[in-house]
Write a protein of this length. Structure first.
Length: 437
């Protein structure tokens, strides 16, 4: 990986792209520390210090925003509205025929879908920004903080609208920065911003583990956390690279005086076909009951049960539900993102077949069988990665959204591998261009 970056800096074009990407990242990190108008910055800092790593329901969102959510800055919502909009459009593509037709049109259709994603991102930013301002005004953003009610001193409608507009504009700016990195930088802009948001919390979280440790002034706990993190990263890299290669043979065809086909290839089916999406879905769904209970009045039995069982990441009921939801969403997402019938039809159209399997419906049935068999270990792997680091690190006093938690590791490793592959492909392309010259 380091060799790829060193070689990229030696290439003038790639060096400019890397420097441009670093500049956009620096601008993004600066925006995560600029508070929006109408916020009492001293009160926010007091509440953040009193929270001491226990970020409650907003921990996952704060993780994706690089810590900007609880600081209530202009980039408080971060990249999460765009992620949510992309997932929603991807799910609607399967349901709405018009979106499915656009997806099959190629580059022009994808451009239209990207435009729809931008509009939906702005709408979600307005909705989430309004919810964040309302939560901060009520004091529920930092429950238990002594000055939580004074975070927004002026609660007029004009101040509220101004704050929502600033956060929405900040989300649009983050989306623009990500697209600039994709177009003029090294590519994969949105994922890189997500990577930077999560990695930004590494130093403070690691140092908090050391400060809270008791063995050898905390250095033993610090070293144990580093070893656990490296082991989990190695496991994630191994599984993320694993794939089942289904062989495909194309028959030789004569079109005019030219022959086509007669080649052998394969369909790569990854063990973790769903990526980190099931973990995000499960976390979001489990946060809904606690969110409803937090904003409902009174003190009922169901509120106490939710507070006891569904708000602590190390509670047995929470762990079981979290694991089951991850497995369910892994199968659900794979079923809508990989259509065996479409793959079988495309293979049949171009004269391709799997050796030993007839073309058409038998091929689709075989692909469904392989996909179901390989999704089981992939979904169980996601559940283990999401839960084991959390349970282990809670014993060291870390929060359940610590950077070495399951969601963080999956995103960081996935984005890192994709970025390195993209740089290597650009280096390889320039090597071929030099050879042809």
């Amino acid at each position: 990986m380091l060799t790829a970056f060193v070689n990229a800096f030696k290439t003038p074009d790639l060096r400019k792209k890397l420097l441009f990407t670093l500049g956009m990242i620096l601008l993004y990190r600066v925006g995560t520390h600029v508070p929006i108008p109408g916020v009492n910055y001293k009160a926010v800092q007091t509440c953040v210090n009193e929270a001491s790593g226990n970020q409650g329901l907003f921990g996952l969102v704060n993780l994706f925003s690089g810590g900007a959510l609880l600081q209530i800055t202009i980039f408080a919502l971060g990249i999460l509205p765009y992620i949510t909009a992309s997932i929603i459009l991807q799910l609607l593509t399967v349901v709405i025929p018009r979106l499915e037709a656009l997806k099959k049109e190629g580059q022009a259709g994808n451009t239209r879908i990207t435009q729809y994603t931008r509009y939906l991102t702005v709408a979600l930013a307005v909705l989430q920004g309004t919810g964040l301002v309302a939560t901060a005004r009520s004091g529920a953003l930092f429950s238990g903080c002594s000055v939580a009610s004074g975070i927004i001193p002026n609660q007029s409608i004009f101040t509220t609208v101004t704050m929502v507009i600033c956060m929405t504009a900040g989300t649009a700016t983050v989306m623009w920065l990500g697209e600039l990195i994709t177009d003029r930088g090294i590519g994969n802009g949105m994922s890189i911003l997500m990577f930077i948001s999560i990695a930004a919390s590494f130093p403070s979280a690691l140092w908090a583990i050391k400060e809270q440790g008791t063995l050898a002034d905390g250095w033993i706990e610090f070293g144990a956390v580093i070893l656990v993190g490296l082991a989990m990263v190695g496991l994630v890299v191994f599984v993320e690279q694993a794939q089942r290669r289904i062989p495909v043979q194309y028959a030789k065809r004569m079109i005019g005086r030219r022959s086509y086909g007669g080649t052998a290839t394969y369909i790569p089916v990854k063990v973790n076909q769903a990526g980190v999406i099931p973990v995000i879905f499960a976390s979001s769904l489990l946060s809904i009951p606690a969110l409803v209970a937090q904003f409902s009045g009174g003190d009922s039995v169901w509120k106490r049960w939710i507070a006891q069982n569904l708000t602590k990441g190390d509670h047995p009921i929470y762990i079981v539900l979290y694991f089951l939801l991850i497995v369910f969403f892994a199968f659900f997402y794979v079923s809508i993102s990989f259509n065996p019938e479409d793959v079988a039809d495309n293979m049949k159209q171009y004269g391709g077949f799997i050796p030993g399997i007839r073309a058409g419906r038998p091929t689709a049935t075989y692909l469904s069988y392989v996909l179901n068999r390989i999704t089981w270990p992939g979904s169980l792997y996601l559940g283990v990665i999401a839960l084991v680091p959390t349970i282990a690190l809670v014993g060291f006093g870390a929060s359940q959204n610590f950077p070495f938690g399951g969601t963080s590791i999956l995103i960081i490793v996935g984005v890192g591998l994709e970025t390195v592959k993209q740089i290597e492909s650009q280096l390889q392309q320039r090597s071929y261009e030099g050879f042809l010259r």
